[in-house]
Design a protein around this ligand. Structure first.
Ligand code: ATP
Length: 241
């Protein structure tokens, strides 16, 4: 499990360094959420692609003398260092941010060793985007009737689940679901709408159930389910450009 420093207040101002696919996606998502985003890349083309969609854009080498200091990156709430391939630039950029006193540093790692170094020099959160997405895609392929939303504890999860065969056309009350299966249906997604169900709600074949429950109970049910989730829905993040 990664050691991640707690984010103790809402962050509004970000610097995103390195506009590869990951950096670009981080910068544009933050901007679309109304955050102030300054992007920096040493390739003018990378900057040109998104400069009109963010608050500020700079073509510069983040490891250059005083580049980050003169931009005042320490005055932003967070720096996201998305340089991956150039190990030296990734480490040096994180180190400079740390020395400048940046409040929260997120850094992207390529390997386990890279991650260890980034943590040692003070990155507050180290991410492996490819590993995370690889896990997500693999688990959807291996179990297409289940999509994990949130892991509350090792044993307790909130998931999206296709309707188990034996539940189709029965009401939640009739099936006595909470007592019999130790699973709580929180919401039902039906024809793109979200329903908050009660005991009288009848479960339909094409419903997607958002449920909370113990891992072994959820897995036992989904193993017996022929229905599958809409892959587009469960792999939404992976399929979005
Ligand atoms: P992704 O997988 O997200 O596409 P990547 O791992 O291939 O990215 P890199 O190739 O390391 O990432 O670089 C991402 C971006 O960072 C590139 O646009 C590159 O120009 C930029 N970059 C690399 N080093 C520096 C640096 N020292 N200063 C500024 N930008 C840099």
């Amino acid at each position: 499990m990664n050691e991640v420093k707690k984010i103790d207040k809402e962050m509004d101002q970000f610097v995103v360094i390195g506009l590869g696919r990951f950096g670009k996606s981080v910068a544009l998502t933050l901007a679309s959420l109304g955050k102030e985003v300054l992007v920096l890349d040493d390739h003018p083309d990378a900057i040109k692609q998104i400069e009109n969609q963010v608050s500020g854009a700079v073509v510069a080498d983040s490891t250059g003398t005083d580049v980050l200091a003169s931009l005042g990156v320490q005055n932003f709430d967070c720096v996201v260092n998305c340089i991956g391939e150039d190990l030296q630039a990734s480490i040096l950029t994180t180190l400079i941010c740390k020395e400048l006193g940046v409040k929260y540093i997120v850094a992207k790692a390529q390997t386990e060793q890279h991650k260890k170094v980034l943590e040692k020099i003070g990155a507050d959160m180290v991410v492996f985007p490819e590993t995370y997405m690889g896990r997500k895609v693999a688990s959807t392929l291996a179990n297409p009737s289940l999509n994990e939303i949130l892991s509350l504890t090792d044993n307790l999860k909130i998931v999206e689940m296709a309707t188990p065969d034996s539940w189709i056309d029965h009401s939640i009350g009739d099936m006595n679901i909470r007592n019999k299966y130790k699973i709580t249906i929180i919401f039902i997604r039906r024809n793109k709408e979200i329903i908050s169900p009660d005991q009288s709600t009848v479960i339909l074949k094409d419903d997607t159930l958002i449920v909370a429950g113990e891992v072994n109970k959820i897995n036992a049910l989904s193993n017996k389910t022929k229905n599958v989730l809409d892959a587009n829905q469960s792999l939404k993040d992976a399929l979005d450009e």
